[in-house]
Write a protein that binds this ligand. Structure first.
Ligand code: HEC
Ligand code: HEC
Ligand code: HEC
Ligand code: HEC
Ligand code: HEC
Length: 454
């Protein structure tokens, strides 16, 4: 197969057109749009890094360089996606589309499924320098499902044609590199059910930052004064390659500003105090959480503590909107559809979130064709209520607290804490995902006080 493919003209233009999730029809993935290239058509990141040393070091600390190798990716891909492709004829070939974004070189060379990360193949290069800098266009107007147009060879595309020539390659500047759509090719995803299971760039387009021309690059590749290459010029506005996001606690911390205040300051046991929390999204250019929303949760926990150290958990007040039950922590079970790839008949699922019951959750539930919550984005037939916090949006939540008679008179401190988790804990535990990949992170917290008289 590889031998034949090598005979195809070099520098061929590859159009990925809706290839990623070609599972609407139960026909197998033909591979007609993948496979015509060879890994040797791409330079390694280390090669580029020999001159672009700083960018290489930044990239190698970002998720871009781990998009194929990072544990949760490996687990979801092999235990669920590849297995689901095999277990259900309607899903046949579905797993190939994952590679179009997570390891585009493997997709382009037809190396699917690629060897496991532990085998050290070139699929491990994930979203490498070459993958992005060989992109010269987008197929269509809307960027999604890796619909970039990529051409291999010695011409590298970028937004800048610098002062000096590169000894290694030609440089062609194109506007696409300072456009958010280059990011959207992988950060927007529509599955075979026609559901937008990832829409970071579309969320941005609808939000205030698009109107202000603050691009993804501004926040994720902030510019600074430095060289772009060892032997090159120092530019005042060089684009860093940090790509730090949800996996960088420093980026996530403080994303939401949080305050809490009571309606009265002095009271007695048996009386009611209403606490109001205000949550302002000051930092993200899209919703929070965004991206892999099927996995991610943000939740608000409010607790009162009296002078004797007794604590009382305050459940959020219901607002009464449709689908609200998915935004208040409960002990419901979910994710039963994992039973298909895992080969478990009548799988009862695992707990939906495992956070304190009654806490408010900022999320958007994904539903499988049977209407049960799923973390398998490819098996998502509908989306539920979108209760995430939009860019520059402010949400308020109230907590009605009837002071219990056992509370110790004196000062009572009430603390609101906002937490974030990349992957719901019960799923992570069930699938043996390493603990650091789903640890709860405190986004913010704030406390207020009331005085209770005997
Ligand atoms: C070829 C596909 C592709 C393109 C193009 C692309 N990304 Fe990504 N990006 C990914 C993948 C895949 C991941 C990592 C997913 C994972 O966690 O395994 C990722 C990760 C990230 C992360 C880190 C997220 C986290 O959870 O920490 C940020 C930030 C990011 N990309 C921003 C951008 C920006 C900004 C652009 C445009 C300049 C862009 N990406 C273009 C595929 C792409
Ligand atoms: C032998 C050294 C060398 C290697 C290897 C090399 N480059 Fe370059 N590259 C340069 C120099 C020098 C410039 C021009 C720097 C300047 O403008 O000051 C440059 C410029 C660029 C630019 C345009 C932006 C700019 O700074 O002007 C891009 C994009 C780029 N290189 C990408 C790559 C990629 C991707 C690879 C790996 C396939 C690579 N380069 C390998 C030396 C190299
Ligand atoms: C996810 C896509 C992506 C990856 C991966 C990526 N780049 Fe870039 N790179 C960009 C974009 C987008 C720009 C231009 C940003 C802008 O001008 O707004 C850029 C700019 C550059 C520039 C020019 C910087 C400037 O300010 O002129 C160089 C040089 C470069 N990249 C080299 C590399 C090297 C080397 C690697 C691998 C270590 C790499 N890139 C990986 C997307 C990427
Ligand atoms: C105003 C600044 C800003 C802009 C503009 C912005 N982001 Fe972000 N982004 C953030 C912050 C802060 C976070 C960390 C909090 C979070 O996870 O949402 C983040 C997180 C992310 C993540 C991680 C999400 C996850 O859960 O894995 C991705 C991916 C991402 N951004 C991509 C993009 C893309 C693509 C664009 C452009 C369409 C963009 N961002 C525009 C600030 C920004
Ligand atoms: C259209 C591009 C695209 C396709 C297709 C795609 N992904 Fe992703 N995936 C991303 C991007 C970008 C991110 C990272 C940022 C985010 O969370 O949005 C991501 C994140 C993930 C994560 C979460 C990583 C983490 O660290 O939390 C997993 C797991 C994952 N993808 C698995 C898959 C599997 C399995 C498939 C195929 C069924 C797939 N992806 C298809 C682009 C894609």
């Amino acid at each position: 197969m590889k031998m034949q493919l090598k005979l195809l003209p070099f520098g061929i233009i590859i159009l990925f057109f809706l290839l990623g999730f070609n599972l609407k029809k139960p026909t197998p993935h033909t591979g007609s749009n993948s496979g015509p290239l060879d890994y040797s058509d791409f330079k390694t990141p280390e090669y580029c890094g020999s001159c672009h040393d700083q960018f290489y070091q930044q990239w190698s600390q970002a998720m871009m360089s781990e998009a194929y190798t990072h544990h949760w990716d490996e687990i979801e891909y092999f235990k669920l996606a590849v297995a689901h492709s095999k277990a259900d004829p309607a899903m046949e070939g579905m797993h190939e589309g994952c590679n179009g974004c997570h390891t585009p070189m493997a997709f382009l060379t037809g190396d699917m499924p690629p060897p496991r990360p532990g085998e050290g193949s070139r699929a491990n290069e994930s979203v490498s320098c070459e993958v992005c800098h060989l992109i010269q266009g987008i197929d269509g107007d809307t960027a999604y499902n890796h619909n970039f147009i990529l051409e291999t060879g010695t011409t590298k595309y970028s937004s800048r044609k610098g002062d000096i020539e590169s000894p290694d390659h030609q440089i062609v500047p194109i506007d696409l590199f300072s456009d958010t759509r280059i990011c959207g090719t992988c950060h927007n995803e529509k599955n075979s059910f026609g559901i937008w299971v990832k829409s970071t760039q579309l969320e941005w387009e609808e939000g205030p930052y698009a109107a202000d021309h603050v691009t993804c690059q501004e926040c994720h590749m902030p510019d600074t004064e430095m060289k772009t290459a060892k032997m090159g010029t120092t530019y005042p506005d060089t684009r860093t390659h940090l790509f730090n996001g949800a996996h960088d606690p420093g980026k996530v911390r403080g994303t939401i500003e949080l305050r809490i205040q009571p309606d009265i300051r002095e009271t007695v046991p048996g009386e009611v105090v209403v606490f109001t929390t205000t949550l302002f999204n000051q930092k993200t250019g899209h919703k929070f959480p965004t991206g892999s929303v099927e996995d991610r949760i943000v939740w608000l926990h409010v607790e009162a503590k009296d002078e004797a150290g007794n604590t009382f958990h305050l459940p959020v007040d219901k607002k009464g909107f449709e689908g609200e039950e998915y935004t208040i922590a409960s002990d419901a079970m979910a994710y039963q559809d994992m039973g298909v790839p895992l080969g478990i008949e009548n799988f009862e699922g695992v707990r939906r979130e495992d956070v304190p019951i009654g806490d408010r959750i900022f999320r958007m539930p994904y539903f499988d064709p049977q209407g049960r919550m799923t973390i398998m984005q490819w098996n998502t037939a509908s989306l539920g209520v979108d209760y995430r916090i939009g860019p520059r949006e402010t949400k308020t939540e109230t907590f009605t607290f009837t002071l219990p008679y056992e509370i110790t008179p004196g000062k009572v401190t009430v603390t609101a804490s906002l937490y974030y988790r990349l992957l719901v804990k019960p799923v992570a535990e069930y699938l043996d995902v390493p603990a650091e990949e789903y640890a709860a992170l405190e986004v913010n917290s704030h406390s207020t006080e009331i005085t209770v008289y005997p």
